[in-house]
Each structure stands twice: as structure tokens, then as C-alpha cells.
Design a protein around this ligand. Structure first.
Ligand SMILES: [Fe+2]
Ligand SMILES: [Fe+2]
Length: 325
């Protein structure tokens, strides 16, 4: 169907045409007609993913100056740069979707500073030891890879293409994390203890990372809508179960103890049993009341203000260029 014939359709027919495209697994592009709730769901998901990448670089950035060897410093620095790049890429994708609402990428950053735009719970947490850098790269990136691999088939074309590059880089992050964890797990008793303490700190935030099981846990969930529009294909719980299957045996193999005695695979139900995280705490943390929320948001804001002159210089040079040409 060409654009002219689409413009003659009623809103209802446009919606039907859109849903047929979704059913056929066609990719929706930025300039295509899309229902408002699809656009809003994408903006929410992609802008939050984008700022999570940027804020997610900060706990590891803290360890760049303190990395134990030059090689470790180079690899953690490369990872931090990758994460910032992922954030920029995703905010570009979100920016296109925001146009009909008259909003820009700058508005998204202002929303981040005012805590209106939320980022992943894990990036509100402290990273007090080098083992935290290891656990973040191994397990937080591991959890993100499960989510992002599921999103690779998403119905929105620009997001799918950005994710293709992001997922390739994420697999290097997981390898970097694996190498850090292996070094600590086979190190001195003090290093092993440091790794165990870090796992204890990160276990609950990691379970929270996938989000609550169902609407009743937290009052509202956009999962159903995202599944209807094939933005995503798995529920939060399915992803969390995949995480257990992939990582619980590896954690145990390393000689670490999972800080939840109830964790086991129930053969009858064919699912992992575990202690539910405190979802009220989760809500508090993602609302910007986590232990490191203010410090990290302020750091990001300061760096945004410090670079204001660069944005102004670029905008004015573009204006001069357009006058000359
Ligand atoms: Fe990333
Ligand atoms: Fe990553």
C-alpha cells in the first residue's frame, strides 16, 4: 500500500493496516504511520534504555582510575566508552519518535535530571570494590544481553538495527566480566571474599533488573502492550528464569554461594524457585531514591553543563555554514 492510498484511510483502517504489518513481522520505520500508544511505548522503552546505558557507564567509570593493571584499565575504559556510545545511539532513535510531540533529546536529558525519566535500578547502586566492576560486567551485562537479544526481533526497525550493533559489543563486555570474575575467583582468599561480598550486594538488584512478575506486584505494567505490538517477546519472569538457568550453575561452579538459600530448580514445575525481591524497594530505587541516585544524576548533570559550550559552538557553526551556503 503506498502513502497516498494510506492517507485516504480512516484512523481505524490505518490501525488495521498497521496491525497487519505487525502480524506479518514487517519492520515499522520512523516515518511510517503508527498508533499513539505504540509510539509512546517505544519512547518509554528506548529513552529509558538509552539513559540506562549512559548512567550504567558511571559505576564502572569510577573504577577506570583505580583498575589494578594497565590491561584491565584499557578494557574497562573501552567498555565505558561503548556504553556511552550505546546511549547516544539509542537517544537518536528516541529523538525521531519524539518529533510529533515537539520534544527533543535535550528534553530527555532534562527529564533524567529531574528524575522523571527513569533508568535501570542496578545503576543506582554503589560499586565500592573492584569485584563490583567484575560482577557488573559479568552479571549485569549478562542480564542485559538476555533482554537485548530478545529485543533484536523488535517490530521497530531503527531500534532493531541499533540493537544489532549494541549486542555485538555487549558480548565483549560479558567476556571482559568473565575474565575479571575468573581472576578474582581463582585468586587469594581475600579476593574470593571480595567477590562473594559483591555477589551478595548485587543479587537482589539483579533479580529486580527484569522487573516485577505481573501487574499486581507494582500496580502497572507495559509488558502486555509491548508484547501485543511485538516490541518484545518474553515476559519479565521468562527472562529472569533464563538468567537463573544460564548463571546459577556458573556461579556455583566458581565456588560462590548464592545469597538466597531457597534458590533451586523445581523439576515438577520446571522453573526456578527463589525469594522475591522487595518490590517496594525497587520502586523507591528507580524513582531516584537509591543509594547513589543523586550523586550519579548530579555527576551527569555537571558534565552536561560543562559541555554546554561545545553544543553551542556546534549549533552556531551550523548556522554560519547555512548562511554561507
Ligand atoms: Fe551497553
Ligand atoms: Fe555492556
Amino acid at each position: 500500500m503506498n502513502l497516498n492510498s494510506l492517507s485516504e484511510l480512516t484512523e481505524e483502517e490505518k490501525y488495521q493496516h498497521f496491525m497487519e504489518r505487525i502480524e506479518r513481522d514487517e519492520k515499522i520505520e520512523a516515518g511510517d504511520w503508527m498508533p499513539d500508544d505504540y509510539r509512546k511505548a517505544l519512547i518509554k522503552l528506548i529513552s529509558s534504555h538509552g539513559v540506562s546505558e549512559i548512567m550504567g557507564a558511571l559505576p564502572e567509570k569510577e573504577w577506570v582510575p583505580k583498575a589494578p593493571t594497565i590491561n584491565r584499565k584499557l578494557s574497562i575504559m573501552a567498555k565505558v566508552q561503548d556504553e556511552m556510545g550505546h546511549g547516544q545511539l539509542l537517544l537518536r532513535v528516541a529523538e525521531d519518535l519524539l518529533k510529533p510531540f515537539g520534544k527533543t533529546r535535550e528534553d530527555l536529558l532534562q527529564d533524567l535530571f529531574s528524575k522523571k525519566l527513569k533508568f535501570h535500578n542496578v545503576f543506582h547502586m554503589p560499586s565500592p570494590t573492584w569485584a563490583d566492576a567484575a560482577i557488573i560486567a559479568w552479571l549485569v551485562d549478562g542480564a542485559a544481553i538476555l533482554t537485548q537479544t530478545m529485543l533484536l526481533k523488535t517490530s521497530y526497525g531503527p531500534y532493531a538495527r541499533a540493537l544489532k550493533r549494541i549486542c555485538q559489543e555487549e558480548s565483549f563486555h560479558a567476556k571482559h566480566g568473565e575474565s575479571l570474575v575468573l581472576a578474582l575467583a581463582s585468586g587469594t582468599p581475600k579476593q574470593k571474599q571480595m567477590l562473594q561480598e559483591s555477589l551478595n550486594r548485587w543479587w537482589e538488584p539483579l533479580l529486580m533488573f527484569f522487573g516485577p512478575k505481573s501487574k499486581k506486584d507494582i500496580g502497572h505494567s507495559s509488558v502486555d502492550l509491548n508484547m501485543k505490538y511485538k516490541i518484545r517477546f518474553k515476559t519479565n519472569e521468562e527472562l529472569r528464569q533464563e538468567f537463573f538457568t544460564k548463571y546459577v550453575p556458573k556461579i556455583q561452579l566458581l565456588g560462590l554461594t548464592i545469597p538466597d538459600e531457597t534458590v533451586h530448580f523445581d523439576e515438577e514445575k520446571q522453573e526456578w524457585v527463589y525469594q522475591e525481591p522487595d518490590w517496594n524497594k525497587f520502586k523507591q530505587v528507580v524513582s531516584g531514591n537509591g543509594p547513589r541516585s543523586d550523586a550519579r544524576i548530579n555527576l551527569r548533570k555537571e558534565s552536561y553543563m560543562d559541555n554546554q559550550w561545545v553544543r553551542e559552538a556546534l549549533t552556531s557553526s551550523k548556522k554560519i555554514e547555512s548562511v554561507i551556503m
